[in-house]
Design a protein around this ligand. Structure first.
Ligand code: SF4
Ligand code: SF4
Length: 417
């Protein structure tokens, strides 16, 4: 796909820790209990110095900290890692993505001095942000963002639009201007797509730590805020009502939730607050299979036949996980620990098993990221899979879904205005 000397961009996940449990983030089970499969860990400065040689850092144009399972501000040494990168390569572009609710104003003032830009994920205003950014406290976000800007930082505000916050988009845009944020980015999330059913869904249940449903969040009503990939005919045909919420065991077997009184909150007709309505108790525990919805077959087939145009091969970027494994991208890496599958199963783990040293082959802390990129996984195993005609023969569904059909690009469609 590329040679290590060609890499220009590094995407780092410095930690799997976070102050939040967003309902569509795999670090938690639908916004409730922490994903039992997830290793809770972080990269230290020493780990990063082992993974990245100074000559590798000097060849890069950009390093950004974002990740799949955690917020970079939750890692102990993200700031020190950025400072080291800046020291090694003064012209490098550095960027951090955060929910903004972690740490103190003084931390964000220091961050402003070292990064070129911070992207704050704020999905609403004081009365709505926490409905998706569950656990994030508004006043912390406000004081941190203001401290970052006051110290000379450049920021972007990313705003995912849902039904419960779509009436606030223009207020938020104005607030962003008043605060001095450089760019306000409306995001049309592609996450109203069930990975267990391979189908479009219009709502997402939100659970508490005991596995009880607290409320649901919905796709926005405004067509202009809906991800265009989810508006394609094939996606619409595959549509499911959000499946019954599922819970889990430590062994990763999936169950319907136990009989518990639960409640669902629906947006009120005015404003962004939620009102609670009761729901019938769920059925008793029984195992459920994770498999595509019958209606999703045309979509799954359509995606399968697409030629793969690997996004990160084109932009020459590589991903480092909080455990120190190098993978091409976050989209593959997130398939490592989905809470709804049995641990270490699925297409990616199957591919790891074919490597001489299994997952250890991808350990950049032990081997150095350049050696990992030059190894079997990057140089043959993965790119060869793109040429396979079917999933059966080894094509990865994740690659087909992410980098296949141009009219079903859930990622890029998020940013199209
Ligand atoms: S803030 Fe980011 S890492 Fe934290 S739970 Fe939400 S999406 Fe996941
Ligand atoms: S999902 Fe597959 S094809 Fe797409 S960027 Fe990642 S490795 Fe490349």
């Amino acid at each position: 796909m590329y040679q290590s000397y060609e890499i220009k961009i590094l995407h780092m996940e410095t930690t799997s820790k976070c102050n939040a449990t967003c309902p569509m983030c795999l670090r938690a089970v639908s916004g409730g209990a922490i994903n039992p499969q997830l290793p809770i860990t972080e990269l230290s400065l020493t780990d990063v110095q082992k993974a990245l040689s100074e000559s590798f850092v000097r060849q890069l144009n950009k390093v950004y900290m974002c990740g799949n399972y955690g917020d970079p501000a939750a890692a102990s040494e993200s700031l020190e890692i950025f400072e080291w990168l800046r020291n090694v390569h003064p012209e490098i572009q550095l960027e951090i993505f955060s929910n903004g609710g972690l740490r103190s104003p003084s931390y964000w003032s220091k961050m402003a001095k070292v990064v070129d830009r911070a992207v704050f994920a704020i999905d609403g205003l004081e009365d709505t942000n926490h409905l998706y950014r569950k656990g994030v406290v508004w006043h912390k976000v406000e004081e941190n963002v203001k401290a970052f800007l006051a110290a000379g930082g450049v920021a972007r505000w990313d705003y995912i639009v849902f039904r419960h916050n779509e009436h606030q988009v223009e207020y938020a845009r104005t607030l962003a201007e008043m605060w001095g944020i450089q760019k306000f980015q409306v995001k049309k999330t592609g996450r109203f797509f069930s990975n267990t059913k391979s189908a479009r869904k219009d709502e997402q249940v939100v659970m508490n730590r005991d596995g009880e449903v607290e409320y649901t969040i919905q796709m926005p009503r405004g067509e202009k805020y809906i991800n265009s990939a989810l508006k394609t005919e094939k996606a619409k045909q595959s549509q499911i009502k959000e499946a019954a919420p599922v819970s889990f065991t430590k062994e990763g077997q999936v169950y319907k939730p136990s009989k518990k009184k639960s409640s669902i909150a629906a947006p009120s007709t005015s404003g962004g607050s939620l009102e609670t309505v009761s729901e019938e108790p769920q059925q008793k525990e029984e195992p459920v299979a994770v498999k595509p919805a019958a209606s999703a077959k045309p979509l799954v087939d359509y995606i399968e036949k697409a030629p793969i145009d690997c996004k990160v091969a084109a932009e020459k970027s590589v991903y480092l996980t909080a455990e120190g494994f190098a993978l091409p991208c976050c989209w593959l890496a997130i398939r490592m620990y989905p809470w709804y599958s049995k641990p270490k199963t699925g297409e990616l783990w199957k591919m790891f098993e074919t490597l001489e040293r299994g997952l250890d082959s991808l350990n950049a802390i032990e081997r150095g990221i350049e050696n990992v990129v030059q190894s079997e996984f990057f140089q043959s195993r993965l790119p060869n899979s793109w040429e396979k005609p079917s999933y059966q023969e080894g094509k990865l569904f994740t690659c087909s879904k992410t980098c296949g059909r141009k009219d079903f690009d859930l990622f890029n469609s998020q940013f199209v205005n």
